[in-house]
Design a protein around this ligand. Sequence first.
Ligand code: TRP
Length: 332
Amino acid sequence: MQKKVALTGIKPTGELHLGNYIGAIKPAIELSKAPQFSSIYFIADYHALTALKNGPKMKEYIYKSAATWLALGLDPEQVIFYKQSDIPEIFELSWILSCHTSKGLLNRAHAYKSIRDKNIEAGIDPDTDINMGLYTYPILMTADILLFHSNVIPVGKDQIQHVEIARDIAQSFNSLYGETFTIPEYQIADQSSVLIGVDGRKMSKSYNNTLPIFSDSKTLKNIIFKIKTNSLPPEAPKDPDDSILFSLYKEFSDESQVHKMRERFYKGIAWGDVKKELLATIEDYFRDSRNKYFEYLNDTAYLDSILKTGAQKAREIASKSLKDIKNKIGTV
Ligand code: TRP
């Protein structure tokens, strides 16, 4: 059986939260274990560079991302796991693709367009705070995807347009030079994997309502104990399906625990007790990974070696593809 390639990029953005875990990391790690896929996951550091201009922070975030994914179960024997900037072929392809992409296509790309629209609304120069990296971001992402003949791209909804741009570019290149690129498809984690944040809205960094995955006990406790509840007295029956605490508890407990907690809500449970249980449950769930996370972070030489091995494997594939592409455009 010819395996399908599942590929995704992870921007190194500092501390990841439980919403990232449920919505992206967990499904991606599950996918990487499926026998019909060969998985390629990488740290998209040069995409982050469009916004992050701080050397020490960049370095720190790259290590934290690598440590997070490994600690949460990514198996580097099973997944080709590397750092984007270690693969020069991606950037060469990015240039080649730039020369085959109309400027108009990128004018419509949403990340760029939303900043531009805001500038226009504010009555300032439309190009304020827009660097060329942000503008050509979708081309670099297309190069990431096409170089590895990716079939399936697991991403969040905000990335759909980028995958569609990759499809457009691949199709027009193929029709110009003959079959060269595989046409990728996006895959969105199902709706049920959106986690509620501590204020009841979707958990997201931009709402400031997140629970970090590897925070210390005290921080986690502080956030959980601040979650707003209604003012029902402890003995009053409560509706689990209308509770932020219960919806979080559900994600990190097994069926029988969820069932028991549901019953306790119906009978009447003090909010303080629910919070205590939630804290203990989350701590239990991540105990092993948390220990591993800090071990990895203390051993950056190990992380370097994992990323280096991943880059070697990736470059084997990348250099073959690039050779074929250069053959098509006539530079070799
Ligand atoms: N743009 C993606 C994000 O912000 C990260 C990314 C970079 C990516 N290259 C990719 C995702 C290739 C999928 C495939 O989340």
